[in-house]
Design a protein around this ligand. Structure first.
Ligand code: GLA
Length: 418
């Protein structure tokens, strides 16, 4: 008896020190590509239905995605009915589009070695107008756990933001109490003023890290470079002391939203940029594409194991911008800039991304100086570099290396002190 009480107290104190999401979650989510298409008559292959998730699970297992680490298949909005079950008050999956139910879908996905994610909303309705969890947090947590789901994204539409400081932690406790390990993705901060990170000594960020495994901080990503660039600009944090950088780590991650790689709106260079930078950001790698129709080039980017290893580095430090041509008078022209990003890895080496945000011109020479890397000192030191897109060791450098970076493109390296 005493033991049970002790365990209960412990689990409510260290709610999320639960061994989940020790590295940023990876997988696939229906939202950006398939939105809330519920018209399965007209669009049998792209409506929100159990067929879509089964087909995706099959392809993730057979096409090398699971092997590379993408192990979640995540249902987003528009899977439920509009009314709760009149007898049990439970949420119900749309019977036409999910005739076997979510539990059976979970079994299908689990049988392929994958995990199933589900979506709901902390308010009275989801952003698409479907059932929300407000006033039923415990009931819904229990229902979802009984369906054997492994991850839950909880949106913040249709609820006053003043309530969220109570409701998101309450749901965290309810999920924890189910006894089923469920990765909890909170959209709470995406509904707050953008200065919430710094407000009240970073109070919300600290709370998030205690109650959620990941959280969306920013606008919805769309399949165009302007949208992806605006997300990247939000993450142009230039100090490891920045509260957003500080809060990321094993078990609790900033989520800059889905990968647009394999969709239609980004060029090859832009896809390379998104993937490299998401790895610098220690971001969840959640694709939203149609794996039945994806180019060889996009697939190759998504399956780049060296870049995935950076993203999944066990130390879990989120990287920062360490240099930018903006204001330096060095190449600051035609509305773009060149940038150097870095992320400290577990073994003491750095992942570095050299980025060219110009959208015109030819390749620009971008310089990485050893003095830009925290802890490497101000004098010139010797280091080796490996190119993560070319999969090539580049040899030894003293003090600096220079790479040519094309407009809207990046080059990515691991650099290590000799
Ligand atoms: C919000 C979220 C999106 C998606 C939609 C679903 O906009 O930010 O990621 O889940 O709701 O309606």
């Amino acid at each position: 008896m005493k033991l049970v009480i002790a365990a209960a107290i412990l689990s409510s104190v260290i709610a999320l020190d639960d061994g989940l999401a020790r590295t940023p979650p990876m997988g696939w989510m229906s939202w950006e590509r398939f939105l809330c298409n519920v018209d399965c008559k007209t669009y049998p292959d792209s409506c929100i239905s159990e067929d879509l998730y089964k087909r995706t699970a099959d392809l993730m297992a057979s096409e090398g995605y699971l092997e590379a680490g993408y192990d979640h298949v995540n249902i987003d909005d528009c899977w439920s009915t509009f009314e709760r079950d009149p007898v049990t008050n439970e949420q119900v999956a749309d019977p036409d589009r999910f005739p076997s139910g979510i539990k059976s879908l979970a079994r299908y996905v689990h049988n392929r070695g994958l995990k199933l994610g589900l979506y709901s909303d902390i308010g009275t309705k989801t952003c698409g107008g479907y059932l929300g969890m407000q006033d039923n947090l415990e009931l819904d947590a229990n229902t979802f756990a009984s369906w054997d789901i492994d991850m839950l994204k909880v949106d913040g539409c249709f609820q006053d933001t003043d309530m969220m400081g109570q409701t998101y932690p309450e749901l965290s406790r309810a999920l924890n109490a189910t006894g089923r390990p469920i990765v909890y993705s909170c959209s709470w901060p995406a509904y707050l003023d953008p200065d919430y990170g710094e407000a009240n000594g970073g109070e919300v960020l600290k709370e998030l890290a205690e109650i959620c495994h990941l959280w969306r901080n920013w606008d919805d990503i769309r399949d165009d470079w302007g949208s992806v660039s605006s997300v990247i600009d939000f993450w142009k944090r230039n100090s490891t002391d920045d509260p957003f950088i500080q809060v990321a780590g094993p078990g609790h991650w900033n989520d800059p939203d889905q990968l647009m790689i394999g969709d239609n709106g980004l060029s090859h260079s832009e896809e390379r940029s998104q993937f490299a930078l998401w790895a610098i950001f220690a971001a969840p790698l959640i694709m939203s594409n149609d794996l039945a129709h994806i180019s060889k080039e996009s697939k190759e980017i998504l399956l780049n194991k060296e870049i995935i290893a950076v993203d999944q580095d066990p130390a879990g430090h989120q990287g920062t911008l360490v240099w930018s041509s903006e204001g330096s008078g060095d190449g600051d022209y035609y509305g773009g800039e060149t940038r150097v990003w870095s992320r400290l890895l577990n073994d003491g080496s750095y992942a570095v991304v050299l980025q060219n945000t110009h959208s015109m011109g030819t390749a620009t020479k971008v310089k990485l100086k050893s003095s830009m890397l925290e802890g490497w000192g101000r004098r010139r030191v010797k280091f080796t570099a490996r190119d993560l897109y070319a999969h090539e060791d580049l040899g030894e450098f003293e003090g600096e290396m220079v790479a040519e970076v094309w407009p809207s493109d990046v080059e990515m390296f691991i650099v290590e002190l000799v």
